[in-house]
Design a protein around this ligand. Structure first.
Ligand code: SF4
Ligand code: SF4
Length: 364
């Protein structure tokens, strides 16, 4: 766990080195809503120069917690975690936006923000488990079905865990670290009961939550011997080794891959989805401007509950980026990201396609 992570703001408050990559700064064009703006605001509160009122709380809750600043910081400053720590102080004082408390209540009662339904029990026993989560359970169920078909094609039949449970990122980002730790611990206990030694994750967001975020923000340990593996890089590895083959599609529309939210936090994953797409698309894909190590987030996560206006504009910005590059079809694998893009793609005359579904449909 990073001790006194909030001290990071002392390094960020007069630094402009990642300002140009911050997606919220881009869509709002407000200096307060840039990395050094948040650094300075938090440092001022801590010096007693600024009182936390509704306006200050709104500023602190307007960061997307996307990690793009840190991914572009030469000294690897954990600014998003520092903002999270400040939110925890604000939430504790009862001064957070109401949306944060409303979602927190749902997470405490149902372990997800979408449905009044407790998570299903793990599906059995086995060495390999797959975390389903709440996004794949409630936002886009075809993601899971397709991922299971692909894994089956390479002989992997995972036990399903966390079916309908949040991965802990949402409460952490909203300023409720205890709830985040509880949700992760329930899934880790489930894994231990299943006898799993590998946990497969469907998205970079899940990988970040169970990896770096769990360790740095919550100080939770993984069960002994447990390894984390993201599914898309695993499938790319299998395809590269000749164990997974695809038929080419007859899709002629120009397409672009959209790096899912949190991709910048898993820097080894950028090539894998592109390699898989190249195996089945007849033509090379286009690239968004905000891609790979500078990939911007969609409007999912905490921001949609605390500042839906900015969250919506993050979606618009990504769709506009695709349009400017000449894409007509967008492909991504994150069920929450797919749901966000599908809400607004029609306005931009874009089509959206799930990567897992596309791959499963072309299995040779
Ligand atoms: S995260 Fe790094 S680059 Fe960004 S403001 Fe802080 S110190 Fe500067
Ligand atoms: S986490 Fe994202 S939105 Fe927040 S300061 Fe960093 S780049 Fe900007």
């Amino acid at each position: 766990m990073i001790e006194n992570v909030i001290e990071t703001t002392e390094n960020c408050r007069y630094c402009l080195m990642c300002r140009h990559v911050c997606p919220v700064g881009h869509v709002t064009r407000k200096e307060t809503l840039t990395p050094h703006g948040w650094g300075l605001t938090i440092a001022s509160v801590r010096r007693g120069m600024l009182e936390i009122d509704e306006k200050v709380a709104e500023v602190i809750y307007s960061c997307a917690d996307c990690g793009t600043c840190r991914a572009n910081c030469v000294t690897d400053q954990p600014l998003p975690s520092a903002i999270g720590a400040m939110r925890a102080e604000i939430a504790e004082k009862g001064l957070a936006p109401q949306g944060a408390y409303d979602v927190h209540e749902k997470l405490q009662e149902w372990q997800n923000p979408y449905a009044q339904q407790a998570p299903d029990l793990a599906s059995g026993q086995g060495e390999v488990a797959l975390f389903v989560g709440d996004d794949a359970r409630y936002l886009n169920q075809s993601t899971l079905e397709a991922a299971l078909l692909l894994l089956q094609a390479v002989g992997v039949r995972p036990v399903l865990v966390g079916i309908g449970r949040n991965n802990g990122y949402l409460p952490s980002s909203l300023g409720f670290p205890n709830t985040a730790a509880q949700l992760i611990q329930i899934t880790l206990d489930e894994l231990t009961s299943c006898g799993a030694s590998t946990l497969l994750l469907l998205t970079p967001g899940d990988y970040y939550a169970f990896g770096q975020m769990r360790e740095e923000r919550l100080g939770l340990a993984l069960p002994d011997g447990l390894t984390l593996q993201e599914v898309i890089p695993y499938l790319a590895e299998q395809q590269g080794a000749g164990n997974l083959n695809f038929r080419k599609t007859d899709e002629q529309a120009p397409y672009a891959y959209v790096d899912p939210t949190h991709s910048v936090r898993v820097t080894t994953r950028y090539d894998a989805p592109r390699q898989l797409l190249a195996a089945l698309m007849p033509k090379p894909g286009l690239e968004l401007f905000w891609r790979r190590e500078r990939a911007h987030p969609l409007g999912q996560g905490a921001l949609q509950y605390t500042n839906s206006h900015i969250a919506t504009h993050l979606n618009y910005a990504r769709l506009a980026d695709a349009l400017e590059r000449g894409a007509q079809l967008l492909v991504t694998e994150d069920p929450a990201g797919l749901a966000q893009m599908e809400r607004f793609a029609g306005r931009f005359r874009l089509r959206v396609q799930g990567l897992y579904e596309l791959l499963a449909g072309q299995l040779a």
